[in-house]
Write a protein that binds this ligand. Structure first.
Ligand SMILES: Nc1ncnc2c1ncn2[C@@H]1O[C@H](COP(=O)(O)OP(=O)(O)OP(=O)(O)O)[C@@H](O)[C@H]1O
Length: 375
């Protein structure tokens, strides 16, 4: 058994298994979370991230597979016996209790005296900006406030694992940015282990040590935020992670003694010196007839001597410009950190460095090269 505070082994979740319309929400999921780590389950709606979290908490049964927490198989146990704290997307606060009582309720098993409980509640309330609503009832506060109370109640508890389901989905962007930093500090300072579910990659990047990218019930990649960006395992992760998304082009290679050319559509060819690609990659390109070439918008350079493209949109976002152009039969987006004045209809030149290219197998989408080397 590999070490890890949480281990998921071969997890499958099928809803309505015996009906005529079973739904496979999670497929063959293996995942290990180390003690003290913050992990995000990231993916678009319906990818299976909430089902995964609820199976760890015990609110949903696994169809098959094993869940181990600190080496103990918990998948057959009642939620209360898993020693897991969860902040719910639907909040689930007790209406008759005040906000302060709701939070303090989570400390019930810790045998603290009244002043210790008050101090802990005050500390978490300050952290999450809910001090002014502590005496109110859950029914009289907003959705965003209820969400923070649910989060406070989960974070304040001693548990082996803290599970946070879309913890800041209801909050305004400024508050979200502020709380992200505070929550991360709180978790790290106390050495807690946390898993959060989110569809917001900024939140995943800011909070987590590692991100599990899910799509269609399958784990696509499990890596650090930096690695996901620089070495996407496949075309899905490559285009899902990063804003604006990666530009992609169907391509074919021509490998000669002193150059490598990548032929795109509409007669566009990118020529690179032979040394820009490693020998194993050149050997691979000779075998790979067609593939997909990806390049991140931040790496797309606009220079006069580049390959021809025609601008169709220019958006200034206050701190960067996104220039969209027709290039090689596709759209290419370039991000500039100044206020570039390229107008729609203008002809521009595009230059790409070999070190910024990601190459993916044409049918499987699996990456075989990043930056001129072979995976
Ligand atoms: N109780 C249920 N009964 C039947 N199907 C379900 C149930 N819960 C989830 N599903 C289905 O399982 C799949 C995965 O859902 P899940 O909620 O895990 O995804 P998600 O990525 O968390 O989505 P969201 O971000 O919208 O919550 C979806 O197709 C969903 O419709």
């Amino acid at each position: 058994m590999s070490d890890g505070l949480l281990i998921l082994q071969g997890i499958n979740k099928i809803y309505n298994e015996t009906s005529r319309h079973p739904v496979q929400a999670v497929s063959d999921l293996d995942l290990t979370v180390a003690a003290g780590e913050i992990v995000a389950l990231l993916g678009s709606s319906g990818c299976g991230k909430t089902s995964t979290l609820r199976m760890i908490a015990g609110f949903e049964a696994v169809t098959s597979g094993e869940i181990l927490i600190k080496g103990r198989a918990v998948h057959g146990l009642h939620p209360a016996r898993r020693n897991v704290a969860m902040a719910f997307e639907g909040y689930s606060l007790y209406p008759p209790l005040s906000v302060a009582e709701n939070i303090a309720f989570a400390l019930k098993s810790e045998r603290l005296n009244k002043s210790e409980i008050q101090a802990k509640v005050a500390e978490i309330a300050q952290l999450l900006e809910i001090r002014d609503i502590l005496e109110r009832s859950p029914g009289s506060i907003s959705g965003g406030q209820q969400q923070r109370v649910s989060l406070a109640r989960a974070l304040i508890r001693k548990a082996d694992l803290h599970l946070l389901d879309e913890p800041m989905g209801q909050l305004e962007p400024q508050l979200r940015a502020l709380l992200r930093g505070r929550i991360k500090h709180f978790i790290k300072q106390r050495g807690l282990t946390a898993i959060l579910v989110t569809h917001d990659q900024t939140e995943a990047n800011a909070l987590s040590d590692r991100i599990a990218v899910m799509e269609g019930g399958f784990l696509q990649q499990y890596d650090t935020p930096e690695y996901l960006k620089e070495r996407p395992a496949n075309l899905f992760t490559g285009t899902f992670i990063g804003e604006p998304p990666m530009n992609v082009f169907p391509a074919q290679a021509e490998v000669a003694d002193d150059f490598v050319k990548l032929h795109l559509e509409e007669g566009v060819s990118l020529s690179f010196p032979t040394g820009a690609f490693s020998p194993p990659l050149k050997a691979r390109l000779l075998r790979e007839k067609k593939f997909t070439m990806g390049v991140r918008p931040h790496a797309v350079k606009i220079i006069e001597t580049g390959q021809p493209a025609e601008v169709f949109a220019n958006q200034w976002l206050g701190d960067q410009t996104h220039i969209a152009a027709h290039f090689a039969g596709q759209t290419i987006v370039s991000v500039r950190h100044d206020r570039a004045d390229h107008a729609p209809g203008q002809n521009i030149g595009i230059e790409l460095d070999a070190g910024d290219l990601h190459l993916f197998h044409s049918s499987t989408g699996v990456a075989f090269s990043h930056g001129g080397g072979v995976e």
